[in-house]
Design a protein around this ligand. Structure first.
Ligand code: ZN
Length: 102
């Protein structure tokens, strides 16, 4: 039994349907600018089935999926896992110097 599908391939965030189902990221911390590559979405579809809306997504390499970039000297938040005092892994936000100053 075959299911209907209508798969579209996208080469970048400017392609039709590349941003279907993806919402713009909220600004976090002191990041300065909407990412010029993904326009603040942080990721885009490289492949999407317009019938089922299943998609394969690609994280933006310019902003590391944050949607925003830092142009000054502020620290850039990134998610990390630490071990709590009880020994369980917990999500935390680590601040790193920006490696993308312009
Ligand atoms: Zn981006």
């Amino acid at each position: 039994m075959s299911h209907a599908s209508n798969i579209v391939h996208c080469t970048g965030p400017g392609d039709p349907h590349a941003l279907d189902g993806i919402s713009r990221r909220h600004r976090s911390g002191n990041l300065d600018l909407l990412c010029p590559t993904c326009g603040g979405y942080g990721q885009w579809n490289t492949q999407i089935d317009l019938v089922s809306n299943r998609s394969i997504r690609h994280a933006c390499p310019k902003c590391d999926g944050r949607g925003w970039i830092e142009t000054g000297d502020d620290m850039v938040p990134s998610h990390d896992i630490e071990r709590s005092e009880a020994g369980h892994p917990v999500w935390t936000v680590r601040l790193d110097p920006s490696d993308d100053r312009e």
